[in-house]
Write a protein that binds this ligand. Structure first.
Ligand SMILES: Cc1cc2nc3c(=O)[nH]c(=O)nc-3n(C[C@H](O)[C@H](O)[C@H](O)COP(=O)(O)OP(=O)(O)OC[C@H]3O[C@@H](n4cnc5c(N)ncnc54)[C@H](O)[C@@H]3O)c2cc1C
Length: 399
């Protein structure tokens, strides 16, 4: 079994990379370890309108469960900052159906798919990548000119290729539960020491059901599940509207900070496997799709030209960094700065932002995928007079 491009992992990144490689004429195989696409779900399924467009699909009732246009941001002392984007900013999706749609598109473009195939080894022999795979309990060998590792946060392909693993991984946990939403057009975010280093969220699926979760930096006193139990029972906003039961439990890692190198001879790494995730929100679909398209194209063209050297494949890294590298870098600085604020500093920040001029600016320039646009506007001395104290430290850290 010899292919031009083998993609390991049929999540959104893998299926998009496979589709693009097939589109550029390669003979492509996707290998997925699970027997079913889109499960288990490790995601809130909040996708910006741009993220859905980046995957080349129309928002469809098949996978869109709800649309949201803004957020209520709750500070530790209970102050609520209402941010209204005034038009649909994001969709709440069924990841299962979304992932299946993307895989179907890849297959329709010509990529093949193996389910229940777990890649357990990768070696290079005479310029060809040889994958050891356990498929339905049998050991098989698959050969490819290029391998794209889109195998998620615990990527083994990156490790086999000597590219290491993303070492900074947030712990995420979420339930889907009966919850009387304040307004189904808005997500709610809770910042502060109840979700240290990141934040907690409620994302409305319908009037009566929400996804309630949080992510935390590793190395805290409690684990993520304990923090989630704490916020569900102690935060009055949540506890008064949640019935304490759950329909679904999601636990997963969110890798932040990209791998130092995302290519080697015959191998490219993309998506969560490469740490291509927004450090401000933990979202990885938009960034993964952006990089997957480049990876698929670069891999197909390199295989066609018979040059799959690391030097040739390095154009992948140059191109994805040109697209999202700066945003990920600024996002990491924002993540670290906000993660380091005390509850008092967060209270000050939220109350200083709670004025019409600032809220109007957030409405106009807020962008889930490019937070740096808003940050630049807020740091403009003409605009930041309302909260110059807090943002002096912010500007020092970010710029
Ligand atoms: C709690 C939580 C909430 C999140 N919420 C959001 C959100 O609202 N919006 C958003 O944009 N992002 C969110 N994310 C992040 C998002 O889920 C990921 O960024 C996204 O799934 C990454 O896609 P991927 O294709 O790179 O990796 P994955 O979706 O992880 O897919 C990797 C695939 O590779 C397969 N695989 C792994 N190893 C092997 C192997 N050896 N052989 C064969 N197959 C293999 C896996 O089975 C899996 O199907 C969230 C993450 C968490 C943990």
């Amino acid at each position: 079994m010899m292919y031009d491009v083998v993609v390991v992992g049929a999540g959104p990144t893998g299926s998009t990379a496979a589709r693009y490689a097939a589109k550029y004429g390669a003979k492509v195989l996707m290998i997925e370890e699970h027997s079913s696409i889109g499960t288990p779900v490790e995601c809130t399924g909040l996708l910006s309108t741009r993220a859905v467009a980046e995957c080349d699909i129309e928002p469809d009732d098949d996978f869109v469960l709800n649309s949201v246009r803004g957020a209520f941001v709750h500070s530790p002392n209970g102050t609520c900052l209402p941010i209204d984007g005034r038009k649909t900013k994001a969709y709440v999706v069924s990841r299962k159906i979304f992932d299946r749609t993307l895989v179907s598109m890849a297959v329709d473009t010509g990529a093949k798919l193996i389910l229940k195939g777990r890649v357990i080894g990768l070696q290079e022999k005479d310029g060809i990548q040889v994958l050891s795979v356990i498929h339905m309990g049998r050991h098989i060998t698959i050969k490819s000119r290029v391998v794209i590792g889109a195998d998620g946060v615990k990527s083994n392909i990156a490790r086999y290729a000597g590219l290491g693993r993303v070492d900074r991984v947030l712990s995420g946990v979420q339930i889907e539960a009966p919850y009387r939403s304040k307004d189904t057009d808005f997500v709610e975010l809770f910042i502060g020491s109840n979700a240290p280093g990141f934040f907690a969220w409620t994302v409305p699926v319908s009037e009566d059901i929400s996804r309630i979760g949080l992510a935390v930096e590793p190395g805290n006193e409690q684990n993520a599940i304990d923090y989630l139990k704490g916020i569900i029972s102690l935060n009055p906003q949540i506890s008064s509207r949640n019935s304490r039961s759950m329909l679904d439990l999601v636990v997963g890692g969110i890798p932040i900070g990209p791998l130092e190198r995302t290519y080697s001879d015959g191998v490219l790494i993309a998506g969560d496997a490469a740490g291509q995730v927004k450090p401000t929100s933990g979202g990885g679909i938009y960034t993964g799709a952006t990089c997957a398209k480049i990876a698929g194209e670069v891999a197909a063209k390199a295989a066609r030209d018979g040059d799959v050297s690391g030097e040739r494949l390095s154009s992948y890294e140059k191109r994805w960094k040109a697209e999202i590298g700066r945003e990920l870098g600024i996002g990491m600085k924002i993540h670290d700065l906000f993660g380091g604020l005390s509850d008092d500093e967060m209270n000050d920040l939220i109350s200083s932002m709670n004025n019409p001029a600032i809220l109007e600016m957030i409405t106009r320039y807020g962008d889930m995928d490019h937070p740096s646009i808003l940050i630049k506007k807020l740091l403009n001395p003409m605009n930041s007079r309302h909260f110059i104290g807090v943002f002096r430290a912010f500007a020092k850290a970010v710029l």
